[in-house]
Design a binder for this molecule. Structure first.
Ligand SMILES: C[S@@+](CC[C@H](N)C(=O)[O-])C[C@H]1O[C@@H](n2cnc3c(N)ncnc32)[C@H](O)[C@@H]1O
Length: 197
């Protein structure tokens, strides 16, 4: 049976990035376009991995704080090295990556934006509420997730046992957002956004 922590610790290798590469340009284009419509200066990147989203944000937005968390120590090494150049000397953004399970991560602050791309789809249904509830609690305002979400919503055949199809709009509403905005990325993927203020 799939154990999320065990699975991702075993996949602790920057070369084992399971994302479908052809979806990346669509994801990044949608993300940049959407992030341009909101205000944020501090970011928590849940499942930060090799720093793909960190680089996208640093290349396109002006942020003061960027914290990432991931179970994979080796992928975070990569994230640290690719984001090193964005650190200023004394005045630059506060960039930190924490190698631990998000369930155990205890941040000392809240963030304008908490983002998780292709992470919730790997969280088993019994743990999803705890995981997502923590993201909502640690956000001052925005929460964004991006995952598999086919149209029409129906089971994806032969889904690997580390992938899940969750009902994200219901999850956002259940966790206190009045509205869950869906931004379609491709036939198979959507981005979801909830805003507190
Ligand atoms: C498919 S990758 C997505 C990486 C990155 N967000 C991106 O879009 O490029 C999923 C990442 O989530 C991390 N992850 C999964 N469960 C986690 C948990 N409980 N705590 C921290 N990281 C986790 C994995 O180690 C992996 O790096």
């Amino acid at each position: 049976m799939y154990d999320d922590i065990k699975h991702w610790v075993e996949m602790d290798n920057p070369l084992l990035i399971p994302s479908a590469p052809h979806t990346i340009p669509y994801q990044e284009e949608s993300l940049i376009k959407f992030l341009n419509t909101i205000q944020f200066k501090s970011v928590l990147d849940v499942g930060a991995s090799t720093g793909r989203i960190a680089q996208l944000i640093f290349n396109n937005f002006d942020v003061e704080t960027y914290h990432g968390v991931d179970l994979s120590i080796q992928r975070l090494q990569c994230a640290k090295s690719v984001t090193e150049k964005y650190k200023g000397v004394g005045v630059g953004p506060d960039i930190e990556f924490y190698g631990c399970s998000y369930y155990d991560f205890r941040p000392e602050q809240k963030y304008d934006l908490v983002i998780a791309t292709e992470v919730l789809m790997h969280i088993p249904p019994p743990k999803l509420e705890t995981f997502f509830g923590k993201m909502v609690k640690e956000s001052k305002n925005h929460v964004i997730s991006l995952d598999y979400y086919p149209i029409p919503f129906k089971a994806i055949p032969n889904l690997a046992d580390h992938n899940f199809l969750h009902r994200y709009p219901d999850l956002y509403i259940k966790n206190g957002f009045h509205r869950c905005q869906e931004i379609r990325v491709s036939d198979l993927q959507s981005m979801f956004h909830g805003q507190k203020e």
